[in-house]
Unconditional design. Structure first.
Length: 401
């Protein structure tokens, strides 16, 4: 399937017209969230769909995409090559699953189910530290699929080293260190619902399976982590959030991780330069899907200046607001080498489990493939700034959403 996205829409039409099966998961990116909402527990849905403050940064993410327009070219190509090289490895398309914690909120198969879905559609899976499945089980379900690991960076270096060791041993090839969520933002929907998954013991099993954390906990309290889940979960959360690392500490990660080291949550050119200075291989230009700093600039807005500053030396990746094939082209044209998609995949997973998540990836990849064809862009290398133009709209920008 992965290399046959040109045919994917034909399959959908044929299944509907000659068979009787319509797509279970809507193919319309604007209807996906609502379809998921109808099927989900309200608090879990609000946690996933929610953002910080007034959600103004979520709006800014989408508005930024709306203000860039593609300029198609005709009579040029008949096929596209969507493959891309990242950190010396070839990937079939420039799309990865964003690291998302607490996937049990979407489906009972948790991270292992989504990792399996990703592997089946050749989308690399990035495992979050805020997971309810261990490295070991995700590695098994991901199988020969590509997988990276996202670190919420513990205060304690011994725990960090243990996580890095387990990531390496289990075939997680690249390390994504998320910097923008060291403290959780003001999230009104969850505050009003009185709902934080971690406090309900969701998404902490990952830490509770860590041998170094377990030994420390046992020494401090005289009880095993699993004998006192409430206390050990609280301890784990405190050990990975509210941390006070500095740029100098990045040297510790560099010294102890020999694969690609990528910092996630970069929005400022100065930070992009720091990532280079402290020996990283890549960055993810991201504002956490508008879940952290409300009022922050749209992630796509800062992409060009960051690419101009460090794009020759660092692999610049992008997320926050990717919803369509054209969005992927726009981010690549502005210099990203690949993008992550977050909420849409989780909505598909909530609607129809593994098959639902696969349908979202397949739809997005088919849309990307078709949009490349119709735009006359033959390869990722041809996604350049001359393929797009910024439009200055007057009036009420919100009308564009
Ligand atoms: C429910 C939820 C949980 C998330 N958990 C994490 C996480 O554990 N680690 C992380 O680096 N980013 C996390 N993110 C942020 C995503 O990796 C990504 O930056 C964001 O979802 C991209 O925006 P999009 O949802 O608009 O595609 C989370 C996002 C959501 C929606
Ligand atoms: O909700 C998030 O955005 C996030 O990054 C997170 C943080 C802690 C637990 C689960 C997800």
């Amino acid at each position: 399937m992965s290399d046959n996205y040109g045919q994917y829409q034909q399959t959908i039409y044929a299944n509907s017209m000659y068979g009787s099966s319509r797509p279970v998961v809507t193919t319309d990116p604007r209807k996906l969230e609502e379809q998921a909402r109808q099927m989900m527990d309200a608090r879990a849905f609000n946690y996933i769909a929610g953002g910080a403050g007034e959600k103004s940064t979520m709006d800014s993410n989408r508005l930024a995409f709306r203000q860039w327009k593609l300029i198609p070219k005709m009579l040029r190509i008949s096929e596209v090559d969507t493959s891309v090289e990242l950190f010396g490895q070839k990937y079939p398309h420039p799309l990865l699953m964003a690291p998302i914690g607490v996937q049990s909120l979407a489906h009972a198969d948790k991270e292992t189910g989504l990792a399996e879905a990703c592997s089946e559609v050749d989308v690399p899976y990035i495992l979050s530290t805020a997971s309810g499945s261990s490295f070991e089980s995700v590695a098994t379900s991901s199988g020969s699929g590509k997988r990276w690991y996202q670190l919420y960076w513990p205060r304690d270096n011994d725990i960090t080293l243990s996580l890095l060791k387990r990531a390496k041993e289990n075939g997680f090839e690249a390390l994504v260190v998320t910097l923008d969520t060291w403290s959780l933002a003001w999230r009104p929907a969850d505050l009003d619902n009185g709902y934080l998954p971690f406090l309900a013991g969701v998404g902490t099993e990952f830490g509770l399976t860590d041998p170094v954390f377990r030994a420390k906990f046992e020494k401090e309290t005289g009880t095993k982590a699993e004998e006192n889940i409430a206390e050990s979960s609280r301890e784990w959360v405190q050990s990975i959030f509210g941390t006070n690392h500095t740029w100098e500490d990045v040297a510790f990660l560099r010294k102890n991780w020999d694969g690609p080291l990528i910092l996630k949550g970069i929005q400022h050119v100065e930070d992009a330069r720091n990532a280079l200075k402290y020996g990283c291989d890549g960055i993810v230009v991201s504002n956490h899907g508008g879940r952290q700093l409300d009022g922050a600039i749209g992630s796509l807005e800062v992409l060009p200046e960051i690419v101009d500053a460090v794009g020759k030396d660092l692999t610049v990746l992008f997320d926050s607001g990717i919803r369509t094939g054209s969005d992927i082209i726009k981010a690549l044209a502005l210099g990203a080498k690949a993008v992550f998609v977050g909420r849409p995949a989780i909505y598909g997973y909530a609607i129809n489990g593994k098959e639902g998540a696969k349908a979202v990836f397949q739809g997005l990849l088919a849309d990307f493939h078709l949009s490349m064809l119709i735009a006359g862009i033959a390869s990722i290398g041809e996604c350049r700034r001359d393929a797009i133009r910024r439009i200055q709209y007057g009036g009420d920008l919100k009308a564009l959403l």
